[in-house]
Write a protein of this length. Structure first.
Lengths: 395, 287
């Protein structure tokens, strides 16, 4: 499956909303397992999907610090909501995955690798991937396909079809513009859609990003977009960019955060942080995992599973003698410093894409953009103070 | 500065998460709570080559897996030796293994002591407690090529005389004319008439030329903090001091995130670090 990036100048196409199902059908016909957004238990999640009608049509959400509210409007938009708590990472880096099984016999045992071999990974089509999530995927690629490529991740990544959706309804918790990750999908997709919903028309402006994308599109009724249609879609995206409220200034953060390891502000955050780990679970780039070794009741069969883990637990840093990061302060510091500083040392990129999920899903309303700003402000005050003292000494 | 610690290509395994089966050939208690296992591959193959300072992930059937440094002679390809304290769930289960029992091994992983790069210099090895185990392969390698080094000094501190690891071997080494071995204990018990005090107290009076010394340090983090400071005080160049760090590890291949130490993954950027690379972290708590 070659992923040739196509020219941006290539004329986008129009899929009318009534023909959208044909895209699903075309993907299914080519052997893809389809996953996409749907409403479940009051939130938008991603799961297996076959019909356009399963999408959260007409749903809108409202997100703030520690708040997520999903409501059904009278609208008919397919993608009128923002990001839910699920990120796509669960398909490439499953929350629970068996690594191998062992059988005991004659006082010894034998180990067999699990069946997550490349041949058996089914091609997967992700429908509705936002620009920030494409950025998150690119970050996880660096994590999981580096020195020791993760076999499952690699196999699934090579069998991935991405239908991106440009964001036109950003949440108040979003800050993709300052992280240069959105709201427009600029690459890394097979097809990218911009949903345009006008009084009398509903269509998806469709940009082809790869040969695979072009092939899937062949079976979907479409026609080249007019200049007006393209302009309408562009306006919606620029409008979205203008409505991003939050921001993070990442300049100098790589040096500032480790240098601020003894800042009293970590104590201020720790006084609120519950160390619940929600932020790490909803984060589309967090990659920490633990392993669990189990046996069945007979003791004849043992398994090893890999599970998502969080650096917010005390067990995470446990060594003989106790946990290295016993205080909540040190655990929040580890998370934030990793995301915005040491991640760069490790993978040459920040570990944050500005999706805002950690802000929405924090039960005590800790906002990563505010905390970073507070540390920056503190640093600025200290530097200012030092500057003044020097001047005073001169005078 | 010495050449940076390198990761030998041997650690690039086909499926690095899949243990290979080993059989216990010998098992013995070194002290009341510390034991050594000698392991051979069940399939009869030679063990993969390792370098002093590297570690393996050892799996006890159905119980779990933990990182343990290799403490045998790197020249021996028939037997893998691991020394560990029975203090956690996995190590306690491991301590009950008998000759003929099977366990899983993944590795070797991680960076190595700069044993070859230290040629032409004095070598000072400072170990605290079980920290002697990962340094023993370095001793073996140095002793096998003794002519390439100037003075070789081993400074070892244990909690009590009963906790002194590899006691017979230490006594043998101490009898060498070309080796200086000093042992101290935190608390003297019974008939101990040797040195009492922290291992750091030995550094000031040990016979080596600080200006041409490579130092290798392994022990509890707080011990390494004070030892590195004492070595620098004596005049050993920070560039020539190496330490071995420990953190929780689940994968040993830089994916699980548990062993992060500032910007490093101890499993692949370590466990052996040039002191200069981690100096700024060693002085901080809860990193």
């Amino acid at each position: 499956m070659t992923k040739r990036t196509r020219q941006d100048s290539e004329t986008p196409n129009i899929i009318e909303s009534r023909d959208f199902q044909a895209l699903f059908d075309s993907l299914a016909k080519q052997g893809y397992r389809l996953v996409g957004p749907m409403v479940r238990e009051g939130v938008v999640i991603v799961d297996d999907i076959a019909q356009v009608s399963e999408l959260p049509i007409g749903y809108v959400d409202e997100q703030e610090k520690g708040t997520y509210r999903l409501t059904h409007s009278s609208g008919s938009a397919f993608f009128g909501y923002g990001l839910g708590p699920h990120s796509w990472k669960k398909y490439l880096f499953p929350p629970r995955m068996r690594l191998w099984q062992a059988q005991r016999h004659n006082g010894s045992f034998a180990i067999a690798a699990d069946d997550s071999t490349a041949q058996e990974v089914q091609p997967l089509a992700l429908i509705g991937v936002r620009a920030c999530e494409l950025a998150a995927l690119a970050i996880q690629d660096r994590v999981f396909m580096g020195d020791y490529p993760d076999p499952h991740y690699k196999a699934q990544r090579e069998r991935l079809f991405i239908v991106a959706v440009n964001c036109i309804h950003p949440e108040s918790t979003c800050f993709c513009t300052s992280m240069n990750t959105g709201p427009r999908a600029t690459g890394g997709f097979d097809l990218a859609l911009t949903e345009v919903l006008e009084a009398d028309r509903h269509y998806l402006l469709t940009q082809v990003g790869s040969d695979a994308g072009a092939k899937v599109l062949e079976a979907v009724p479409h026609r080249p977009a007019t200049r007006e249609e393209k302009a309408a879609a562009d306006t919606l995206i620029s409008h979205a960019a203008e409505h991003i409220e939050r921001s993070m200034n990442t300049r100098g953060l790589k040096e500032l955060l480790p240098a601020s390891s003894e800042s009293p502000h970590w104590d201020a955050i720790a006084a609120r942080c519950l160390a619940c780990g929600n932020c790490t679970l909803v984060c589309p780039t967090c990659f920490c995992a633990t392993v669990e070794d189990t046996t069945d009741l007979s003791g004849e069969n043992a398994e090893r599973w890999r599970l998502w883990d969080s650096c917010f637990t005390t067990e995470f840093s446990y060594v003989i003698g106790g946990s290295v990061r016993a205080s909540v302060k040190s655990r929040y510091r580890q998370w934030l410093t990793h995301k915005l500083s040491t991640w760069v040392d490790q993978f040459g990129t920040l570990g944050c894409v500005g999706c805002g999920r950690c802000i929405t899903w924090c039960p005590v309303e800790i906002d990563i953009t505010e905390e970073v700003r507070a540390i920056q402000a503190q640093h600025a005050t200290i530097s200012d103070g030092a500057g003044r003292k020097k001047k005073d000494a001169h005078a | 500065m010495l050449t940076p610690v390198a990761q030998p290509p041997a650690t690039r395994l086909h499926d690095p998460m899949l243990p290979s089966l080993h059989r216990v050939e010998h098992a013995r208690w070194d002290t009341d709570d510390t034991f050594s296992l000698e392991l051979a591959r069940v399939d009869g193959a030679t063990i993969p080559p390792f370098e002093p300072g590297q570690f393996n992930m050892l799996y006890v059937y159905g119980v779990g897996e933990i990182p343990i440094s290799i403490s045998g002679d790197p020249a021996r390809r028939d037997m893998l030796v691991h020394t560990t304290r029975a203090v956690g769930t996995v190590t306690r289960a491991m301590s009950t293994l008998k000759v003929g029992d099977t366990l899983g091994v993944r590795g070797p992983f991680g960076t190595t002591w700069p044993v070859d790069a230290a040629r032409g210099r004095d070598v000072v090895i400072v170990a605290g407690g079980i920290g002697l185990a990962p340094l023993r392969p370095a001793m073996y390698r140095i002793l096998a090529h003794r002519e390439h080094y100037n003075r070789v000094v081993l400074l070892y501190g244990a909690r009590t005389p009963g906790d002194v690891l590899y006691r017979k071997e230490l006594e043998q080494w101490r009898a060498h004319f070309d080796l200086d071995v000093f042992v101290t204990v935190d608390r003297a018990t019974g008939s101990w008439r040797g040195s009492v005090g922290l291992v750091t107290s030995l550094i000031g009076r040990a016979p080596f030329d600080p200006l041409n010394t490579a130092a290798m340090v392994c022990g509890p983090e707080v011990m390494m903090r004070f030892t590195t400071a004492e070595l620098e005080k004596r005049g050993v160049k920070g560039d020539l001091i190496y330490v071995s760090m420990e953190r929780n590890m689940k994968c040993a291949i830089g994916l699980c995130g548990h062993c992060q130490y500032g910007p490093f993954f101890i499993c692949k950027d370590g466990p052996v670090f040039p002191y200069r690379r981690v100096q700024h972290l060693l002085s901080k708590w809860e990193i």
